[in-house]
Design a protein. Sequence first.
Lengths: 409, 125
Amino acid sequence: MNGRKYKKNIGIIIYTIFLILVLTACQKVPDNVKNNMNRYGNNKLADKIEFQYCNLDELRNSSMENIETADSNICYPDKVDFSQIDNVMEGSFQITSEYTNNQNKYLQLFDMQGVEGKKSIGNWKGMDGFEYEKNEIYPYLFIGENGELSYVSSEKVLDGNTIDQTKEVKKIYLNRGDSINIQINYRDGSLNLSEEISFVKSFIKDNIDIGNCDVDVRTVYIRKDLDGYDVVSMNFVMKYQGMVLDFYSLDVGMNKDGKMMVLQTNRDILVDLHEKNHIDWIFIGGVFQSFEGKAVDKLIDLQTAIHIFEKEMASFQEIKVLEIIPMYVLKPVYNPAEEEYEAAPGNIVNVEPTYSFMIECGVDDTPTGILEGNGVAYVNVNMLTGEVHTDFEDKYFALKNRGNNELSN
Amino acid sequence: MAKRVKSFLCVCVMLVSMVLINPTQVQAANVGWNLRFIKGAPSSENILSWRREYITKTQRTSLSVSKIEGNAEIFLYTSNGIATIATKGGTETSVSTRVGIVLSASVKFLEYDKMTVYAKGNLRY
């Protein structure tokens, strides 16, 4: 008798559980979640991750100390420093126009007064500017209407043969805590690297029109020339309200209309010095004159970004994350069907706040400048949507073969 | 005889002066690229796209495909003005450019027929 009652109760419990499951499964997905799901894009796994959000203050205080990581094959940096961020924005930059109006200022700055400029027509619409050559080629100056600038003092600057390529390149990453208190021994004398960085930073801030952005030094490479003297390369990143603009990722792919286009671009400032306090080469990838958009205060937190990243990296072994960088990904708006340059004057570039996971995948010891993107891959996690974007297709071979990308070099 | 020697020395001085006064353009650099899809091989053996950055040394950039073994469409791109599609070896595209600018070069398979395909070429900058 008791047995029959027990069986009846079990039946009722199973039926109730079944009913609850059916009813909850049929619950409508909230609209805001649905909208976000459409924006997850490449991230097929995002629906399996519970998103946690933070505000700007919490983002600034993010630390690796309290972060839980699940994948023991991934080596993370010990620290992140997001404290410099003043605001996180959603919106777009406009590329500057008529930058060549600065020509007299720059001719004077680089001691090229009186040199006649020649109009330089670009290969794509909006790529125009002026070139100045003092003695047939060098010193050389190019000023683009869009703020692109290149100054080269002499032929030795671009000639890799003047560098002793048997000597190791000393690489200093300021964000990773490397010291800049070291002596530089140029052909014309010595000074401390920190003084040289201050000189270049002031040179840029005081003399170069970089629109509404700020600059900060990121990386320094020190090479030896054939006589054993130092040659210094510096990479300055651009910042908007304390957040770095993408300086190393690039994506060229197919748009909705089947046209190949630059989907993602970058900006930075590169400088080479062969003598004390003397700019021998400076390159600026273009200048933004204005920003339109709004501040956002609800951001996917670092812990969630790491969960998303780990899902994305599940098939890889022994990955080393060099840095996690809060960064604006730059997405140009233009028409490739009209042979337009993505960085044409006046064009719009949308910004997306992103956690950029910089991953070691090779070595770039090119004897001129700093081309950081050659030695790393990226996994970018959008701070608003969780969408993931990587350049693994370009770097896959190097990643899988532990940094050996020499085959394609 | 002395006159001849004098003339010879004059010519030598002129030639040396020309070399010293007129800087010559830096020699262009060459790098090769390779793509490959190997039917049946693990994906780690495939190289479906290639991208690198360089600093332009001369006022001309060219990107070429020297060989395609198999059927493929390859997209060739440089940030200073090349965007073209190649389907056979011996294709070369070149553009005039500025000196000392960062050049992003990208090469990728647009289409390939899932059989083994090899492609290689060269970037000159």
